[in-house]
Design a binder for this molecule. Structure first.
Ligand SMILES: Cc1ncc(C[n+]2csc(CCOP(=O)(O)OP(=O)(O)O)c2C)c(N)n1
Ligand SMILES: [Mg+2]
Length: 421
């Protein structure tokens, strides 16, 4: 029997009901939001699923981009252990989320990442030398001229905004970037801002500020939540008690999708369609990619203090994003064992070569430490800090420990030590 209409309040479209009934779910019958998948756990097309538009060349490019990530990650993780770089974060387990989304975006969509999104930059052509330059902080680092911690990439050329360590700051900034794109006649309806963030970062107030801004202005901002199960040691079930991050999208009136983040083809389709809605509608869209952080949070973490080795070993195997996509490629006749071997050998050589080259280069001139920190005229505090360093170097001379560091810099700090400088 159809429910009798009791009308609605003058200020709302909400139908009036005599039933006192609280609700606590976005989906009907209290079900959780479904997870969109294209490939099953072993890389076969799921019954009823549609393959995204993809040809052999694109599929191989995506696969190669996924495969290179753990090779770089393993190298730089070990290099940190040797004390050659100060810090590192891997993207182990999240390769499909990163590459599937990168492949779905336009190369000039503005990306605002959290810190695990190096794969997006590499997809756009950043290159191994630039990765090494940033992580080593050598004289070729264009991201911040050696001023930032490793993995804090940034590239105007590749439309990748510089990473900030304070969590979630990129989220309202992305809504602002979306607004700027909307105001620019050359980019309106053509580009969006894309913001990546972890499920942990989504607990920050900035997440809500960004969602609200993109929703109400509205601005073409694509929100990609990487739900990898952990915020350092806090498991996601302690991070929220609702139905994940996706459940919040409709609260802001945003088109929302939850996707299997270990299924690169599902991520490709999801982000293509999400991007279309975002750019054509000039509005915010939310995608929650479900994945698993296989690696430790960072080189400063030992995750076996809060999760079992068995769990990690299981998750490396179950729905592994790389082996799953490889199985799909092989089933299409687009890849074989020989290509796999050659590809990995070549990448390992190229990555090691880039590291060795990067390691042999000096750091930027010491003076660069103080440049480009702020735009415009140099503020007094930077001038003061430069003078202080000059004074200390001159006072304590070359017996002082930091003096030895000067040798690692181009011109060995001479620009600061010269009389009258
Ligand atoms: C405002 C702020 N609080 C705390 C931290 C310390 N911190 C760095 S990463 C992190 C966890 C973030 O987890 P999540 O957003 O899920 O991203 P993931 O590391 O899982 O990719 C924390 C608490 C920080 N960088 N900034
Ligand atoms: Mg996380």
């Amino acid at each position: 029997m159809p429910e009798q209409s009791l009308g609605n309040l003058p200020t709302s479209q909400s139908p009036i009901t005599p039933k006192l009934q609280f609700f606590n779910a976005v989906m009907a019958n209290g079900k959780q939001i479904p997870t969109y998948r294209v490939l099953d756990g072993s890389g076969q097309l799921l019954e009823g699923a549609e393959l995204p538009e993809i040809d052999e060349a694109l599929a191989q490019r995506m696969y190669k981009n996924m495969v290179q990530l753990p090779i770089i990650d393993n190298l730089l993780y070990n290099v940190q252990r040797q004390g050659k770089i100060s810090f590192y974060m891997t993207a182990h387990g999240e390769e499909a989320t990163l590459i599937g989304s990168a492949a779905a975006l336009a190369p000039d969509d503005e990306v605002l990442g959290q810190y695990r999104e190096m794969g997006v930059l590499l997809w756009r052509g950043f290159g191994y030398d630039a990765v090494m330059a940033q992580c080593l902080g050598n004289c070729e680092d264009t991201c911040s001229k050696g001023k930032q911690m490793p993995v804090h990439f940034g590239s105007p050329k590749f439309h990748f905004h510089t990473i900030s360590s304070p969590l979630a700051t990129q989220i309202p900034q992305a809504a602002g970037v979306g607004f700027a794109l909307k105001r620019d006649p050359a980019r309106r309806g053509r580009n969006c801002a894309v913001v990546y963030f972890g499920e942990g970062a989504a607990s920050e107030g900035d997440f809500h500020a960004g969602m609200q801004l993109a929703s109400t202005i509205p601005t073409p901002t694509l929100f990609i939540a990487r739900n990898n199960g952990f915020a350092i040691s806090t498991p996601s079930h302690e991070q929220y008690h609702g139905d994940g991050i996706a459940a919040r999208g409709p609260g802001y009136g945003m088109y929302t999708l939850r996707v299997d983040g270990n299924d690169v083809l599902a991520v490709l389709s999801a982000v293509r369609e999400g991007r279309r809605l975002c750019v054509e509608g000039g509005q915010g869209v939310l995608i929650e990619a479900m994945t698993y952080r296989v690696g430790h949070h960072s080189t400063s973490d030992d995750s076996f203090a809060y999760r079992s080795r068995e769990e990690v070993e299981d998750r490396k195997r179950i729905d592994n994003p790389i082996t799953r996509f490889r199985a799909f490629l092989e089933s299409q006749g687009w890849w074989n064992a020989q290509e796999e071997e050659e590809c990995k050998d070549r990448m390992k050589k190229e990555i090691m070569q880039a590291f060795k080259r990067g390691e042999s280069l000096p750091r930027h001139e010491l003076n660069e430490m103080f440049s480009d920190v702020y735009g415009g005229e140099e503020p007094w505090n930077i001038t003061e800090q430069r003078e202080e360093l000059k004074r200390l170097l001159k006072k304590y001379g070359n017996t002082w420990e930091p003096w030895k560091e000067l040798k690692k810099h181009k011109t060995e700090g001479k620009e600061l030590l010269q009389e009258g400088s």
